[in-house]
Design a protein around this ligand. Structure first.
Ligand SMILES: Cc1ncc(COP(=O)(O)O)c(C=O)c1O
Length: 386
């Protein structure tokens, strides 16, 4: 009965990260530097709020858009931290940032419309856009420090462009856009009929300056959908709480897609999220400081190995080039795994623009990171000798 499947579904490939994880599971004892989630536990006070919610029988459906108290807390949070100003009817509590991406795309993209993704890029966007029948264009950011500048973007805009995704801080590169780069993008985009989908899930994990959102730029609020959530900031990946902020005329329609899709996010997780966004506003701080230490350590080690690397300014990944070894990033990662027992993600998992790089996650303990980098160094040295 496979012929009955929607061809768009058949044409989607399993993510390269998942394919590589399957390989990793075949190598017992491998050190994994592939993790896309915090290695910290969810803070105690958040877990306690969830336990209380269960004990108090707060276990039914909530409003489709999410608990009013949570949406208000989310509005206060982004207002105080990122100067973003929304009313509670402009917020949708989603099932992770993943669902927010999906409902934003499904509400906006039509057959044949175009989406611009800055590549290399998180692999969650392309399949979601293609399921809508949209065409995906990867803007090459490999010569601009992995940042989608206005100069790069303008080459990819066309009358068919429906939206541009800004995924900063970036997975897999750790790149961040500065306020002046955002201002230039806003200058370019504010005169166009194009929507920006700004995925800011790593906004609490920036190392140089505080996070800036494009939606805070003049003329951009009404044409931007901001996606955020608690997965990375509060080490809550399994709780599945995302947040979508959009001006009311857009949010009203996106809410319908969300409603018919999932009804609402988990009530228990929503109660936990209220604790995270009220008492837990600074929960990310100690984690960020630890990531910063690991980032500095990883960048130093990679430089000592002679691997070209852009120092990441956010998230918890570093993306060195392995081009000099003249093999695909997949072969490099597979040999590193099989011959030296350490797993990194091939850059090709992040679009063809990631070819020639590998993603190393430092969401792991210091000793694991050190041991993984020792093994990488041994591999790199052996390749140079051969
Ligand atoms: C850039 C980016 N956006 C969205 C997500 C998905 O987040 P969530 O787990 O909240 O669905 C991830 C997860 O790794 C990500 O890296």
């Amino acid at each position: 009965m496979e012929h009955l499947l929607n061809p768009r579904v058949k044409n989607i490939e399993i993510s390269g990260i998942r394919q590589f994880s399957n390989l990793v599971s075949q190598v017992p004892g491998a050190i994994s530097l592939t993790l896309g989630q915090p290695d910290f536990p969810t803070p105690e006070h958040i877990k306690e709020a969830a336990v209380r919610a269960i004990a108090d029988n707060r276990t039914g459906y909530t409003a489709n858009a999410g608990l009013e108290e949570l949406r208000k807390a989310a509005c206060n949070y982004v207002a105080s931290r990122y100067d973003l100003h929304y009313q509670s009817n402009e917020v949708i509590v989603t099932i992770g940032a993943s669902e927010a991406i999906d409902i934003a795309f499904r509400s906006v993209l039509t057959e044949g419309s175009e989406v611009i993704l800055p590549g290399p890029v998180y692999p969650g966007y392309e399949p979601a856009a293609r399921l809508c029948g949209a065409k995906v264009l990867f803007a090459d950011t490999t010569k601009t420090g992995f940042r989608l500048t206005a100069n790069v973007l303008k080459h990819y805009l066309s009358p068919k462009t429906r939206c541009v995704v800004l995924p900063y801080p970036s997975n897999p590169t750790g790149a961040v856009l500065s306020e002046s780069e955002l201002a230039e993008l806003a200058d370019l985009l504010s005169g166009l009929d194009v929507l920006v989908i700004s995925d800011e899930i790593y906004s609490e994990l920036t190392f140089t300056e505080r996070h800036h959102s494009i939606a805070a730029q003049p003329g951009m609020r009404e044409r931007t959908v901001v996606i955020n959530g608690l997965s990375k900031s509060h080490a809550m990946t399994g709780w599945r709480i995302g947040l979508l902020f959009a001006p009311e005329p857009l949010a009203r329609h996106m809410l319908k897609v969300h409603q018919y899709n999932v009804s609402c996010a988990s009530s228990i997780s929503q109660h936990a999220a209220i604790a995270a966004l009220t008492e837990g506003q600074d929960d990310a701080l100690p984690m960020r400081e630890e990531y910063r230490w690991r980032r500095d350590y990883a960048v130093d080690r990679l430089r000592q190995m002679g691997l070209p690397v852009e120092p990441p300014e956010g998230a918890f990944y570093v993306f060195p080039s392995v081009r000099e070894f003249g093999m695909s990033s997949w072969t490099f990662a597979e040999r590193l795994l099989r011959e030296h027992g350490v797993a990194v993600v091939p850059g090709s998992a992040f679009s063809r623009l990631g070819e020639g790089y590998v993603r190393i996650s430092y969401a792991c303990g210091r000793s694991q990171l050190a041991a993984g980098l020792d093994r990488l160094e041994a591999f790199v040295n052996s390749l140079r000798r051969s």
